[in-house]
Each structure stands twice: as C-alpha cells, then as structure tokens.
Design a protein around this ligand. Structure first.
Ligand SMILES: NC(=O)c1ccc[n+]([C@@H]2O[C@H](COP(=O)([O-])OP(=O)(O)OC[C@H]3O[C@@H](n4cnc5c(N)ncnc54)[C@H](O)[C@@H]3O)[C@@H](O)[C@H]2O)c1
Ligand SMILES: O=C(O)C(=O)C[C@@H](O)[C@H](O)[C@H](O)COP(=O)(O)O
Ligand SMILES: [Zn+2]
Length: 360
C-alpha cells in the first residue's frame, strides 16, 4: 500500500492508496467513529460500490443517502436535504459520514460533516481520478451558489482519505481526462515526479496502467499535502493550487455548471493564464508551448464554446475567493512553477480570455 500523511499537528491524517481498499474492513474500522455511519453517494456510484463498502463496516449501523449525479446538485438545497436526514435519524456528533464518490459528493459531504452539530466524523472515499488526486485531500468543502462556484463552505479536514484505485476501472473517459487537468496543474506547480509521469509515460497513463496511475495519484497527493500542510486556509501559497481556476470557475458559472466538467474548465483557464503570462513576459514562449502541448496531449479542451463577452467573465471573476482588493488575484505560470499576481488591467485580461473563446 502507498501511504502519505497530511501533517496538520493533532489533525494530521493519512492518505491510503491501493487496489481493493473498499473492502479493507481493518482500515475502515480504524477511522470510523460512532455507531451510525452515513454513506453519502450518488445514483451513478452507489450502485457500483455501496455494497462493497458496506461489507467493510460489519459492526456499524449503515445508512445511505443517494444524491442525484451532477455538479448542478452541489447546492444548498441538497446540502440541506442531507442535514435533514441526519437530524431525523438522530445522528450524533460522534458518528461518521463517509463520502463515496467524486468531488461533488466529497465537497458537499464534507460541508455537511463540517456543519452538522459543528463537526462530525468524516472520511473521504474518492472514486473519480479528480477526487483521488485533488478534491479529497486538503479539507476544502463547499457547495455552489448560482452566482459563484464553491461560494458557501468551510475548511474541514477528514479523518482519513481511502483511495481504492480499482474504482477507476468504471470511470468514463471524459471524466478521467478531466481529472488529468488537476494532475497537469501539479506538474506546472513544480511537482517533478508528476511531470515525468505525464510527459514520459503519457500512453501508459492514458491507458490507465495500474502502477503508473497509483504513482500519479501518490505524487499528486504528496504535492497537495505539502502545500496544504504549509498553508491550510489559503492565507498564502495554497492559492497556487488555484492555477486556471479564476477563469475556469467563471466559465463553469457562466454555463450554469452544466456545459464543462471542472477539469475541462480548469484546462481552458490554464490556457488563459498562459496567455497572460506571455503578455506579461513571465514565461518564455517555448515553455508556454510545452505546457499547451501537455494539456492537448492529455485530451483536454483549450477553447470554450460560449456565448459570453469578456465583461461577463470579468464580472464573474470578481467573486473569486482569492481576491482581497479591487484587483484580481491570479495564478500565472512561469518558466519554473507559478506565481501569484494582483492585476487590474481589464484590457489585457480581456485579450487573454478572448483568445480562448469561440462562438458556440
Ligand atoms: N475540495 C477541493 O479541493 C476540490 C478540488 C478539485 C475539485 N473540486 C470539486 O470537485 C468537483 C469535480 O469532481 P469530479 O470530477 O470527481 O466530479 P463528479 O463528482 O461529478 O464525478 C465525475 C463523474 O464521474 C462519476 N463517477 C465518479 N466515480 C466514478 C466511478 N468510479 N465509476 C463511474 N463513474 C464515476 C460521477 O458520478 C460523475 O458523473 C467539482 O465540484 C469541483 O469544484 C474540489
Ligand atoms: O485545494 C485547493 O486549495 C484548490 O484550490 C484545489 C482546486 O483544484 C479546487 O477546485 C478547489 O475547490 C478550488 O477552491 P476555491 O477556493 O477556488 O473554490
Ligand atoms: Zn480544481
């Protein structure tokens, strides 16, 4: 088993990566608190994996809550439905919520766990690539508001992240590729092992070679754990993990969370960030080309088909959580890793956005 720790003092936790962990009852019994367990999942993932997970919890009373599948359901109304269930079933603070699914289930479930009786036990069991390399680690939990992505949430760390890499066998290709955007992000943030796997073993990664994937997940989580351990609540360098997200989140919001998967929107957002880095001469054209080629080779989109003007984009970007003043706070790639810059040149940002838009 590959294993990592996210070092947060008394709230440190382990990230466990191996094929078949869904049925590892020893591992689950180590982290499940209380008598009652709520397995939160959705109507795509639950039919595939709920029963397996249930066998790992023989001594507990198991409840399930199944959300409809999709980003559009990561909202306050579904958050509230889960809370209603916990209250009416008499869950206690000492009980545990297990999020079984992709980032949507993990983000919504984490926010429920954070707020139910001011914090119940929480375990992340991510089943999509994106959730295994990114969303299950680091404690950002949230739901969307119609006007802004992840607008309502909390920092709340899980007790453990248990990654069964076998679940990736059933993940649709488009979702798999979407997860690779966040992996490419780590490469651009200077995670050398991740970069090496993506560039030298591209075919094996795309063919979902088990060993390469386990390595990719391990090194991605290691990079994220290191950044979060140094800045849990995004007071500084954690914002680097937001590369591509200022524009990506605006794109998701302008398309009502329906048209682009999160990773797809982030990939387009990274291209916009590269455009800005080029204009500000923060990056050499050769490095920019390398990054663009990497994203293209992974099968990610580079242009958004959207009926919106740059004004709509810039308006949506105003709600970005990184902003601390009237300026936009952006993460921009350089020849080595990325930098955080404050920007208020609307014209320049408009040009960078326009280059990645095509008429729908
Ligand atoms: N909290 C964080 O740090 C963080 C980081 C990155 C992304 N996110 C959030 O995560 C979400 C995106 O996550 P996602 O890409 O996992 O989306 P998702 O949760 O919608 O899952 C993607 C799709 O794959 C399906 N699926 C998941 N696992 C499967 C499996 N093993 N087999 C078959 N189908 C499976 C899901 O039902 C869904 O249809 C966004 O809401 C994004 O904002 C959060
Ligand atoms: O963990 C982080 O920090 C990230 O920024 C990871 C992102 O991939 C993720 O999409 C996150 O949910 C974005 O956070 P937000 O604060 O911009 O909503
Ligand atoms: Zn993301």
């Amino acid at each position: 088993m590959r294993q990592l720790a996210l070092d947060l003092g008394e709230r440190s936790y382990g990230i466990y990566i191996k094929e078949g962990l869904l049925t590892d009852s020893q591992l689950f019994s180590q982290f499940c608190r209380g008598e009652n367990i709520l397995i939160l999942s959705n109507d795509m993932v639950a039919p595939l994996y709920f029963e397996q997970l249930k066998t790992s919890l023989p001594d507990k009373t198991i409840h399930q809550f199944i959300l409809p599948d999709g980003e559009i359901y990561k909202n306050l109304s579904h958050y509230s439905e889960v809370l209603d269930y916990l209250v009416t079933q008499g869950f206690r603070r000492n009980d545990t919520l297990i999020a079984l699914g992709g980032g949507v289930v993990g983000d919504l479930g984490g926010f429920v766990a954070a707020s139910y009786q001011r914090g119940m036990g929480f375990i992340q069991v991510p089943t999509s690539l994106l959730a295994q390399v990114d969303s299950s680690v680091g404690g950002k939990t949230a739901v969307n508001h119609p006007l802004g992505k992840n607008m309502i949430g909390a920092f709340y760390q899980p007790l453990a992240v248990i990654i069964d890499t076998n679940t990736l066998d059933s993940l649709p290709e488009k979702e798999f590729v979407s997860g690779l955007a966040e992996v490419a992000k780590y490469a651009m943030l200077g995670a050398n092992e991740v970069n090496k796997l993506l560039t030298e073993d591209t075919a094996a990664v795309l063919a979902r070679d088990k060993t390469k994937l386990a390595d990719l997940i391990y090194y991605s989580c290691a990079k994220k754990a290191q950044v979060v351990a140094e800045d849990e609540e995004e007071k500084g360098n954690r914002a680097l993990l937001n590369l591509g997200h200022t524009f990506g989140h605006a794109l998701e919001r302008l398309t009502d969370y329906k048209r682009y998967l999160h990773g797809e929107a982030v990939a387009i957002g990274i291209h916009i960030a590269i455009n800005l880095s080029l204009e500000k001469t923060l990056i050499a054209p050769k490095t920019a080309e390398l990054y663009r080629n990497l994203l293209n080779k992974l099968g990610l989109p580079d242009k958004a088909e959207i009926v919106a003007n740059t004004g709509d984009f810039l308006e949506a970007m105003k709600l970005d959580k990184k902003n601390v003043s009237d300026k936009y706070r952006l993460v921009l790639p350089t020849d080595s890793a990325c930098v955080i810059v404050e920007e208020d040149d609307i014209e320049m940002m408009g040009r960078a956005i326009t280059q990645q838009l095509v008429a729908a």
